[in-house]
Design a protein. Structure first.
Length: 214
């Protein structure tokens, strides 16, 4: 059970962090400022996870609904980002949702080693930095940058929705026959697809820019 919940937590951290990093691509930040901001977000994230050590309540029966609600919130933020000119508010909303989701999943873990929490925070910071650096290419693509973010968020929202639909079934499986990693293998494959799409978008944007310069 610990491995399953930790896998959920790790996947959501990676996807939320990438989403936040892409949102920061809307702002003209140099590398020093961006790294400082991501470190600050990571420190707050670590505090949120560490606080979950002192709170215990079982949400396993409601996690399916929580995942579905989170996916709906992601789609709402995506639509809001496409409709408004203020790019700060969607960033704030997705960051708050990131902290809330991580806290709710972390509370389901019985005990968190300090090193594990620190590692998750470092992973989050690294993913945000990589996504932000990638945005420097994506922002010059022919398609509007907000549309590219929307494509990522739509895949992100679908994945979390799948978590909600499959959580109860996964919980009822015989863990003597399957490991949580094997159970979530299709989910990991979907993450690879998302990462692949991002890489293709980056390469495509770079190629288009190179062609336009000729």
């Amino acid at each position: 059970m610990f491995d399953l919940m930790f896998s959920y937590l790790l996947i959501t951290i990676i996807l939320f962090s990438a989403n936040i990093g892409l949102f920061f691509g809307n702002f003209r930040l140099n590398n020093i400022k961006s790294i400082f901001i991501f470190l600050l977000i990571g420190i707050i994230f670590f505090i949120v996870l560490f606080t979950s050590n002192f709170i215990a309540f079982n949400l396993n029966e409601y996690l399916s609904y929580i995942f579905i609600l989170i996916s709906i919130m992601i789609f709402i933020i995506m639509i809001f980002n496409l409709k408004v000119n203020n790019k700060l508010m969607p960033l704030i909303f997705i960051t708050i949702l990131y902290y809330i989701t991580s806290f709710l999943l972390a509370v389901q873990l019985n005990e968190h080693a300090f090193n594990s929490l620190l590692l998750l925070s470092i992973v989050s910071i690294i993913v945000m930095i990589v996504a932000f650096q990638s945005s420097k290419l994506l922002i010059f693509a022919k398609r509007p940058y907000d549309v590219i973010i929307g494509e990522f968020m739509s895949l992100f929202g679908v994945l979390i929705f799948i978590f909600g639909l499959t959580h109860k079934s996964i919980m009822n499986l015989d863990y003597g026959m399957f490991s949580s990693f094997l159970i979530l293998t299709p989910t990991y494959q979907l993450i690879y697809v998302i990462i692949g799409i991002i890489i293709v978008l980056i390469i495509g944007s770079y190629w288009n820019d190179k062609k336009n310069l000729r």
